[in-house]
Design a protein around this ligand. Structure first.
Ligand code: BEZ
Ligand code: FE
Length: 290
């Protein structure tokens, strides 16, 4: 292994890993080395560019804290998160599709009864959500766990709303009843930018990309014996649907967030101001047998 050249170094590196015990680790490392070397050859990476790349990755790591994961954000904006999801969760079109989990899920949310108001008293257009969880035969799934979380009318999650960080709002865990139903009241979420004050923000601005995610309501639906669905619903009139920086929008997740005048529509007795109603059925796929 001496006098290696740009033509021989790839095989030389791979040959050093011949004792890798785990076959899957060996496969991944082999492919990783080949692809990284091919990339360097293809773009003829200069020493200066290599140093800038190392600096970018170093700063990406340094930006990470217990509540900020810049590497996952990098994976999101490069489409890797959704690519891994697509390969891992191939579902028939009738089943509810996945989207990104994002950084704002919290497992210390309250479990609340149906029709609970989770708005935390924040201002915004009232949102009524009526959900149903079924299997592909339309049989209701009772006792399914449904996590919901979303931003406020300014695009902030509770953790970023002054005075709310420890209280938790616009998030809750619900359990479906015997008809597979759950529901809640909240406020209509707004579009918001992904964090732009780190290396990922630099990448986005260098490539002329917008940071704005379309408005959405996150849901995580789980029922025993079924595949977990990590998903979100987007209002069909959102202007950012076709430019989501994390590539999470799927046509089947675009939903009408119908707005009604005060005193009209299905919830007319419940509100004296205009409101939005979302009705959605979530279709779960059985978990494959082990
Ligand atoms: C979110 O929807 O909460 C989100 C997803 C990916 C990156 C940043 C935010
Ligand atoms: Fe979000």
């Amino acid at each position: 292994m001496r006098d290696l050249t740009s033509d021989t170094i790839t095989e030389a590196v791979i040959s050093t890993m011949g004792d890798t015990k785990d076959a899957r680790v060996a496969e991944i490392l082999d492919s990783l080395v080949r692809h990284v070397h091919s990339f360097v050859r293809e773009v003829e990476l200069t020493e200066d560019e290599w140093a800038r790349g190392i600096d970018f990755l170093t700063r990406t790591g340094q930006k990470c804290t217990p509540t900020r994961q810049e590497f996952i954000l990098l994976s999101d904006v490069l489409g890797v998160t959704m690519l891994v999801d697509a390969l891992s969760n191939r579902r028939p079109a009738e089943a509810t599709q996945n989207s990104v989990l994002g950084p704002f899920f919290r497992d210390d949310r309250p479990e609340l009864p149906h029709t609970a108001d989770i708005s935390g008293g924040l201002p915004g257009t009232p949102l009524f959500f009526e959900g149903r969880v079924v299997n592909r035969e339309e049989t209701p799934l009772a006792g399914a766990a449904v996590d919901v979380w979303h931003s406020d009318a300014e695009g902030h999650y509770d953790v970023d709303v002054p005075g709310l960080a420890d209280a938790s709002a616009m998030r809750a865990l619900f359990r479906t009843d015997e008809k597979g139903q759950f529901g809640f009241r909240s406020i209509r979420p707004s579009s918001y930018p992904i964090p732009g004050d780190g290396p990922v923000g630099e990448l986005m601005s260098a490539t002329g990309r917008s940071l704005m995610r379309p408005a959405h309501v996150h849901l995580l639906v789980e029922a025993p014996g079924f595949q977990r669905v990590t998903t979100m619903l987007f209002p069909s009139d959102d202007p950012y649907l076709d430019a989501d920086p994390v590539f999470g929008v799927k046509e089947s997740l675009v939903e009408s967030f119908d707005t009604y005048e005060a005193g009209s529509g299905p919830c007319r007795e419940v509100t004296d101001e205009p409101y939005t109603l979302v009705r959605r059925t979530f279709v779960l796929e059985p978990r494959p047998a082990d």
